[in-house]
Design a protein around this ligand. Structure first.
Ligand code: HEM
Length: 479
């Protein structure tokens, strides 16, 4: 039964709630974010749903999103089977935990990512090294083809390089592009991301299905992938333990191990929690950044004039003698605006990570009972015509004011805000900036001859991906 004054939405039927209605709309529109945006057109910016056992409220307007993200009673994260299974039987990590446990762990992670986690090398050096490797890999592919160029698959060109910046910080590891185990793992994660949604999946909404239909409900595959990830991380942790030197901490794993060995550690610290943090970083950091880069290059193909303007800026600020560095960033507002616009195009097609009401409360005048899942549909802000005018157009200029400086409207919140704000924003933006600037400095990207322009329709999932696309990559002529 709908609670009194619960946000408006489609009718609830026994057991299924509004699941069939939402599913029908999803099939019609192709995406869950579009289905809920349609519901917002019908019922208003705060939509109330029930999907199986989950009571959900989807927010599609800036006012509602701002209110929810800035109020502490919405700082919970959902509970239940799905959130326990993903961290091997108990809710752990930093991505989907809450209250005191999460506060302690978030504080530790943030401090060590800043102070120590970047290790002996700074984050700038790490990202610059990966950008150099990326450019070299492209140059190698082009060897022998001179000016004719090579047609390359672009939607998956960045995964290993993004992962390397993250993994160097966490565990001091750099993968080679051909590492087979890593490729397998990345493939599994991508598959998982395409098969579940931000709001869970069939077995989390209808838990009995894990017994009745373990394969159909996604439970079996979910369990399998998370076990694979666990084995992968555990093997690394064992290596760290075997070579650990308390006086010479190498990376985040070492810093955490040191705390685990101290007498004063709080009860939220454990070895499984360390593995869960690594997995969360893996999941929150690699797919998001890689897909933002994917959308970035998709739009650069579709908007060659944006590419030319970026290259003119790179030539003027950096020249052609050295690769761009992060210290060039403040002098390159157009490149910075490309980063903001690419992330808008990516996050404008999805939701935030779900929050949970920690107590009975109100939001925008509606009653929200304790434990309701509350989720932001960023499509309602990042792709809103009233805010952006032409949201479907890739126009970095929208982030540049009349003085030529970066201007970011309040409604631009792809990293969330409030207490759960993204922990990897700086790293993600640095990666997108430097990888894109380094490639554009050296190559031109165009639609391959006799191919149609790539579609901007995405593959749905936890986060959207560009559909596979190719670019003709040619070396830039040196003047
Ligand atoms: C373009 C890339 C990225 C985007 C668009 C993005 C976006 C977000 C969003 C919307 C949230 C949820 C905020 C909320 O629940 O209110 C979030 C949380 C989070 N992100 Fe990111 N993120 C990105 C990259 C990264 C990277 C590279 C890392 C890791 C270094 C990371 C780690 C996290 C973590 C750990 C959280 C959970 C924070 C918490 O609940 O306290 N993210 N991110």
């Amino acid at each position: 039964k709908k609670p009194k004054n619960f946000p408006p939405g489609p009718p609830w039927v026994p057991v299924l709630g509004s699941a069939l209605h939402v599913n029908r709309l999803r099939k019609q529109t192709g995406y869950l974010y579009r289905a809920t945006a349609e519901l917002a057109n019908c019922y208003g910016p705060v939509v109330g749903l029930r999907v199986g056992k989950d009571r959900q409220v989807v927010l599609c307007g800036y006012e509602a999103i701002k209110e929810m993200l800035s109020r502490e009673e919405f700082d919970g994260r959902p509970q239940g089977l799905f959130y326990e299974t993903r961290t091997w039987g108990k809710r752990r990590g930093v991505l989907l935990t809450d209250e005191e446990f999460w506060q302690e762990q978030r504080r530790f992670v943030l401090r060590h990512l800043k102070e120590f986690g970047f290790g002996r090398r700074t984050m700038a050096e790490l990202v610059e090294e990966e950008a150099r490797q990326l450019v070299q890999a492209f140059q190698k592919r082009l060897e022998g083809f001179q000016n004719a160029g090579v047609v390359m698959s672009m939607h998956n060109a960045f995964g290993v390089y993004v992962l390397n910046t993250l993994w160097s910080i966490l565990a001091g590891i750099r993968f080679s592009h051909s590492d087979l185990e890593l490729k397998k793992l990345q493939g599994l994660l991508t598959e998982l991301f395409a098969n579940i949604d931000m709001v869970g999946c069939l077995f989390s909404q209808f838990p009995v299905l894990r017994f009745l239909a373990p394969e159909f409900s996604g439970y079996k595959q979910f369990l399998y992938i998370h076990q694979r990830v666990w084995h992968y991380l555990k093997a690394e942790l064992d290596k760290h333990k075997a070579t650990f030197q308390p006086a010479e901490l190498r990376d985040f794993m070492d810093a955490y191990l040191k705390i685990l060995m101290s007498d004063q550690k709080k009860s939220s610290f454990s070895e499984s929690q360390l593995l869960a943090i690594c997995m969360d970083m893996f999941m929150a950091g690699s797919e998001t950044t890689t897909k933002s880069l994917g959308f970035c290059f998709l739009y650069l193909l579709l908007y060659p004039d944006v590419q030319r303007r970026a290259q003119a800026e790179i030539d003027a600020v950096v020249g052609r003698e050295r690769l761009p560095s992060l210290s060039d960033r403040p002098k390159m507002p157009y490149m910075e605006a490309i980063v903001l616009e690419s992330v808008r195009m990516f996050m404008g097609r999805t939701f935030s990570i779900p929050h949970r009401a920690l107590k009975d409360t109100e939001l925008q005048g509606y009653h929200i009972p304790k434990d309701t899942m509350v989720i932001c549909n960023f499509n309602g802000t990042l792709m809103n015509k009233d805010i952006w005018g032409d949201p479907d157009v890739f126009r970095p200029d929208r982030f540049i004011d009349s003085q030529g400086s970066i201007f970011i409207p309040d409604q631009y919140t792809p990293f969330g805000f409030g207490k759960h704000r993204c922990m990897g924003e700086t790293l993600a933006k640095s990666n997108v900036f430097l990888f894109t600037a380094s490639l554009l400095q050296n190559f031109n990207f165009s639609i391959p001859p006799s191919s149609l322009p790539p579609t901007t329709e995405a593959v749905d999932g936890v986060t959207p991906s560009p559909k596979p696309f190719h670019a003709l990559v040619t070396p830039r002529a040196v003047d």
